[in-house]
Design a protein around this ligand. Structure first.
Ligand SMILES: C[S@@+](CC[C@H](N)C(=O)[O-])C[C@H]1O[C@@H](n2cnc3c(N)ncnc32)[C@H](O)[C@@H]1O
Length: 420
C-alpha cells in the first residue's frame, strides 16, 4: 500500500471518495471512505471472509469497494431515494456507449422541447432556481421521464440529472438539506452543459472501471436493517456499516431538494410519510408524535440489557426538555433509537454466520449536553443479541472546538468491532 493510500485509509469520511471513479457520482456526506472499506474487505477476504453485508448501505460505498475486491456483497438501504442512488451507481457495468447514447439522446430531446409549465414546482425549487435554469432542468426531467425504462442506462441518466441539481443552483445549496437563499454561488452551471459534463464523466469512469478486473456484481435492496428480510439466514461473514448516529441528523431532509424536484414530495411535511417512517429513529422530527410512549418503549424487553443505563438518561433528558423553548423530545429519540438498533442486531444475528465479524462506524452523542455512550450501549445490545465479543477502537475526537457549539461535552467516533 502506498503512503498516500495508507493515510486515506485511516480516514472514515466521504471527502476522499470525490476523487474516486463511480463513488464520486453523488456526494453523500454521510458516506465513509471507500479506500478504507476496500482495505478492510481485502484483509478479511485474505482471512477467508468473502460475503459482505452493509445493512445501512447509503450511497453504496461498501458495495462498490467489495466489487473491487472480488467478493460478494449485499446492501440494505431504507431511504427510498438514496437506495436508487446506490442502485444507479451499481449500474456502472452497463455498456458506456449505450449509456452515453441514451443520455445524450435525452439531452437532445430536452433541448428541442417547448418550455413546460414550471409554476407547479414546490416553493423550495422556486427559491433555488431562477426561471431560465428551472426551465432547462424541467426539460431534462420531462425528456428523461418520456424515455424512462427499467434499465441501467435510464437509472444512470436519472443520476446524472440528480447530480447536477445543486451545481446549477445559484443559491447556497450546501450538502444536505440546507438551502441558503442569501448565500450566492460564484458560478452556477448551465443545466444542459452540466448534464453533458456529468454524462461524459460517468462515461469515462465506466470505461476506466470496466478496464479493471470484474468480480461479482453487488446488489442493494430497498429494505429495513431492523429485519433484513431480503437477506438469507447466515448469509454474511463480514458486515461493514455505519448506522445513523443518535445525533438528530434527519436523513429524510437530506434529499429534500432532489425529491422536491422530481415531484416525489411537495414539501417538508411529506417527508415523514414518504421517507422517515422507513428509517431508524434517530432524529426528533421522526418521533414528535411518540413522546407519551417514551417510557413504555423503555419497558420493551429488548432494552433490558441497558435498562439501568438508558432510563436515568431519558429521565434527565425529559426534565431538561422542560427548561428549553424548543421542547425537543430527545428522550423519545434516544429510547426509540436503541430499540431500533437492538432490533437491527437481532436481524444481523440471523443473517450472519457464526464466527462473523462486524465493523460498525459509530459516534456517541450528547443531546442537551447529556452524554449518551452510544457505542457502549450498542455493544451490550449486540452481546444480548447473541454476538460473542465487542470492542471499540476510537478513531477521532468530535466537538472539541468549542466555538458555536450547543454544548461542551467532548465526543468521539470510532469502530465498534463485534465478533460472532
Ligand atoms: C451513515 S449513513 C451510511 C452511509 C454509507 N456508509 C455510505 O458510504 O454511503 C446511514 C444510512 O442508513 C440509512 N438507514 C436509516 N435507517 C435505515 C433502516 N432502518 N434500514 C436501512 N437503512 C437505513 C440512511 O438512509 C442512511 O443512508
Amino acid at each position: 500500500m502506498t503512503r498516500r493510500r495508507r493515510e486515506r485509509a485511516t480516514d472514515s469520511t466521504f471527502v476522499d471518495n470525490l476523487s474516486l471513479p463511480v463513488h464520486r457520482w453523488f456526494r453523500y456526506s454521510a458516506g465513509f471512505a471507500a479506500e478504507w472499506a476496500r482495505d478492510l474487505i481485502e484483509r478479511q477476504r485474505n482471512a477467508g471472509r468473502r460475503r459482505v453485508l452493509d445493512p445501512f448501505a447509503g450511497s453504496g460505498t461498501v458495495l462498490l469497494s467489495a466489487e473491487r475486491c472480488g467478493v460478494e456483497a449485499v446492501g440494505v438501504e431504507a431511504h427510498p431515494f438514496v437506495v436508487r442512488i446506490a442502485r444507479a451507481k451499481l449500474g456502472w457495468r452497463e455498456s458506456p456507449a449505450v449509456f452515453r447514447d441514451y443520455a445524450l439522446d435525452v439531452l437532445e430531446r430536452a433541448r428541442e422541447r417547448d418550455p413546460g409549465d414550471c409554476s407547479r414546482y414546490p416553493s423550495l425549487i422556486e427559491r433555488c432556481f431562477p426561471a431560465g435554469t428551472l426551465a432547462r432542468l424541467d426539460a431534462l426531467r420531462s425528456a428523461w421521464r418520456a424515455a424512462a425504462r427499467a434499465c441501467s442506462a435510464s437509472d444512470l441518466t436519472w443520476l446524472a440529472l440528480v447530480g447536477i441539481l445543486r451545481e446549477c443552483s445559484p443559491v447556497g445549496t450546501a450538502q444536505w438539506q440546507y438551502v441558503l437563499p442569501n448565500k450566492l454561488k460564484a458560478r452556477p452551471l448551465d443545466p444542459f452543459e452540466a448534464f453533458r459534463a456529468k454524462v461524459t464523466a460517468f462515461y469515462q469512469d465506466m470505461v476506466d472501471r470496466q478496464a479493471e478486473r470484474l468480480g461479482p456484481a453487488s446488489i442493494v435492496h430497498w429494505d429495513d436493517a431492523r429485519t433484513c428480510r431480503s437477506v438469507g439466514d447466515e448469509w454474511a461473514d463480514l458486515v461493514i456499516t455505519s448506522p445513523p448516529y443518535a445525533n438528530n441528523f434527519d436523513y429524510a431532509d437530506a434529499t429534500r431538494l432532489e425529491m422536491s424536484f422530481f415531484g416525489e414530495i411537495a414539501g417538508w411535511g411529506d417527508l415523514q410519510e414518504s421517507v422517515r417512517r422507513h428509517l431508524v429513529r434517530a432524529c426528533t422530527q421522526h418521533v414528535a408524535g411518540l413522546t407519551d410512549e417514551t417510557f413504555a418503549v423503555l419497558e420493551d424487553p429488548i432494552l433490558y440489557p441497558i435498562a439501568s443505563h438508558i432510563r436515568p438518561v431519558c429521565e434527565r433528558l425529559a426534565a431538561e426538555r422542560d427548561q428549553h423553548g424548543g421542547k425537543k423530545p430527545y428522550h423519545t429519540m434516544i429510547a426509540t433509537y436503541f430499540q431500533d438498533m437492538a432490533r437491527t442486531w437481532r436481524a444481523l444475528r440471523r443473517v450472519t454466520k457464526p464466527g462473523c465479524l462486524i465493523c460498525c462506524v459509530i459516534g456517541d452523542s450528547a443531546p442537551y449536553g447529556i452524554h449518551v455512550p452510544v457505542e457502549q450501549w450498542l455493544g451490550l445490545l449486540a452481546l444480548a443479541a447473541g454476538f460473542r465479543a465487542v470492542s471499540f477502537e476510537q478513531t477521532r475526537h468530535r466537538n472539541v472546538k468549542w466555538k458555536n457549539r450547543k454544548h461542551r461535552v467532548p465526543l468521539h467516533e470510532g469502530r465498534l468491532w463485534i465478533e460472532g
